[in-house]
Design a binder for this molecule. Sequence first.
Ligand code: COA
Ligand code: AMP
Length: 639
Amino acid sequence: MAGEFQAIYDRSISDPNGFWGEVAEDVVWTKRWDRVLNHDTPPFTRWFDGGELNTCYNALDRHVDEGNGERTALIYDSPVTGVVDRFTYRELRDRVATFAGALAKRGVGKGDRVIIYMPMVPEAVIAMLATVRLGAIHSVVFGGFAAHELAVRIDDATPKVIVSASCGIEGQRVIAYKPLLDGAIEQAKHKPDACILLPRPVLGEREPEMARVEGRDVLWADATCGVEPAECVPVGAMDPAYILYTSGTTGRPKGVVRPTGSHIVALRWSIKNVYGIKPGDVFWTASDVGWVVGHSYIVYAPLIGGATTVLYEGKPVGTPDAGAFWRVISQHKVKAMFTAPTALRAIKKEDSQAKLLAQYDISAFEAQYLAGERCDPDTLKWAQETLKVPVIDNWWQTETGWPIAANCRGIELLPFKPGSPTHPCPGWQVDILTAEGHPVTKPGEIGAIAIKLPMAPGALSTLWGSDERFVESYMSEFPGYYQTGDAGIRDEDGYIHVMARTDDVINVAGHRLSTGGMEEVLSGHPDVAECAVVGVADDLKGQVPLGFLLLKDGVNKTHAQVIAEVVQRVRDQIGPVAAFKQATVVNRLPKTRSGKILRATMQKIADGEPFNMPATIDDPAILDEIREALRPMGYAKAE
Ligand code: COA
Ligand code: AMP
């Protein structure tokens, strides 16, 4: 590889100060940085140290000030309510400034936290931007999480204000949010000063009642009525823009902290160079603002890049049919879209020939981006043949904030290899490490995928409230590296192939979940003595969780009863997003002689994959029992 991309990549690594310093010239700062890269206290990295700026200014006000206020900033497309709405940059800026005024009136200022628990409505984006306008820190919690998960985040982030809505709409179903919010606040030790609540009158009688707590709850319209719009408050480049909780290793979520300055710089670079989007182009990410993909590519990157972003409150299928994505692309002249492979699998399942596509003119469409989970070659091929545009896999994580590896269409398209997100992006030094922490010697050798420090701008700076946990979670196993938690290879062309997680994280419909977290919920059930949860292959969702339960002696309920109860328990405590629907009762769990449960072997048995008998297994006969328990469920078909 010796083209333009390679030259850019090489420079980003050999001269990070020059490379990112030039990119940062394109961002509006109220105070210029003293140093581009400060890596004096590893493993911590300080990008643009000494600089000051405001995220909302860079996302909205600057475009108005530069004469582009009448350009469309956001298109809200909601097939579940029948609404399509548009906001120019000026309109969005004004709405955000007013809501920031409402937050300020409730005491929110620089460094304070605001939790946002909202469906995919413009007010969710407005609340995010209003928070950062004040120099405050938002933490968006995905609507598919239950009250308990929300409570854990409330206690960790200790927000002054929570912004929520009466309900979300999941396909045809209305999901009341307010009872979940009330339940979470009741469970949490920390109590917010105020909750600002958005009613959804468009639903008419379908809208659930919103009981209001006197002195705490205020409706959105009342909160914003007559308030003074708030100005942008500059913050330090290393001050957090937001906290986003993600799963990993235990049930306790990690609060990923995004530093303000390098976040803006990295997203402005990536929207142009990775996604090929210029000011005025329409970009659509079909995800949710509760995930990092939504933060970066529904909200911040397109707006920072002066493009038009689409906020879609619908599903790939059922709202109303498997042609919904093509309708949105056609109606809004979308130039590039981004979603998870699972969404395309859902469409393919219902309309394998993509007959519905014939109804729409998608001639403005230039590229399809996929991330969030491994892109299986079948889905990739189907998308390429159906859409007849480049289909670009990109690999990254909540922690990194933007792609670690992708085919950077905005620079030049490199040859495609199915199953690979291509080459590391500028700024990311990726190594494949052996268990001892040495880079593998041969291309194609599998190992832990790790990133050499310093990480690129935009990556997390720490975990909220705990530098120690940050170091322990990511930097301790391989000193000098950030451990991604993924395993894979680098091939002879320098392409990365991401194969599997090395921890307990599973990926369900593009949603990252911890099996450890589910095990904590199962073991809390009074009849469960021991348990294990593994992620098994699923045609639609990529993976789904499957539980193994060992019951206490003397339980006088049927197995079906206990299984139904634990399924409900996970739904109540983690949320429907866990998609935990299957479990089986076994007499014993396979373990090593030192007592470690052999989860990876159980997963391979369930998926009918070959496996090597673990040398340290205590009793191999237990594997046959596991196989017998799985067969009636349709798993463990062949090995
Ligand atoms: N609020 C409340 N509940 C939610 C929710 C939200 N924001 N999002 C999902 N849920 C619920 C779903 O309704 C479902 O509930 P159920 O068990 O009662 O049916 C459950 O959580 C599981 O959701 P999901 O795994 O998304 O399954 P699904 O069958 O509803 O939809 C897909 C499957 C493939 C259509 C959907 O997952 C999808 O579009 N995914 C791709 C895009 C994406 O969001 N990727 C994320 C990161 S890029
Ligand atoms: P999240 O933090 O929710 O974005 O999930 C990140 C994890 O999803 C990664 O660590 C991978 O395990 C997986 N992932 C995301 N994108 C890809 C991809 N393009 N290919 C393979 N795995 C991916």
